[in-house]
Design a protein around this ligand. Sequence first.
Ligand code: SF4
Length: 280
Amino acid sequence: MKIIRSKIIGFCPGVSNAINNCFPNSICLGEVIHNKAVIDRLKDSITFIEENKIEDFIKNENYKNKEIIVRAHGISPKLEEILKSRGALIRDNTCQNIKKVQNIILQNKSKYKIILIGDRKHPEIKGLREYDDNCLVVNFVMEIENTIKNIIKSCPEDRLMIIGQTTFKKSLYDYFCSLFIKYKGNKKIKIIDSLCSETVKRQKALKKLEKKVDAILIIGGHNSANTNQLRSLCSKTSWVIENKNQIPSMIKLYNTVGLASGASTPEWLVDEIENTLKLI
Ligand code: SF4
């Protein structure tokens, strides 16, 4: 079996920064990154608060003088305020790309109706939407064209600002934006290029890789947005796997296998999977 790696492998800068600033005995609000193998290595020294318990923890626990880690996805300003007022020692690992989007919302929310394109359940969007109580979140739905038409029609504001989740699929974001332009009528539409270039680079590298292989293993967390975006872009047979134990038995049927990985997948995990494949 021939194995070819994607040109872009390993942590993105935002994830590298978040991992390098995770110190022992601190408390992290949610998983610091969406990668189980990395979390398993860290959880002896760091307490991770479960995703659906973060708000309760911030509102009800006593963490005065304790080091609290805000992960790369950021946090809502209201929860950050509570943490500060109760004496948490905040280590803010919010990715600079997401900080930039937070600031864009703050600076423009009085002038524009803010429309966020992304997954409302994803921590990045959960945090961003609280920077503007009036913002709308749009994700892919079957009737997207009608949905966008109705949003524009029912929106009293004359100016709309479109902002995408940093890890949103570029082709889909461009499509959404084109629909806003198509149905804008008299409204002014401002489109923000908020997609993370690291994510876009991985998507382009995957498209190049798939021309050279028969099947692709995408290594990353099942809960990682950018990993799942890679899978949805893949036109070859592909699987998302989190570790070597999840390598599908069918892989031996393919002569050339590609390896790609999400932005929160460490290089050592890709090496481990490549070495296992070489033995098949
Ligand atoms: S994928 Fe981009 S936005 Fe997300 S953490 Fe990495 S660098 Fe930041």
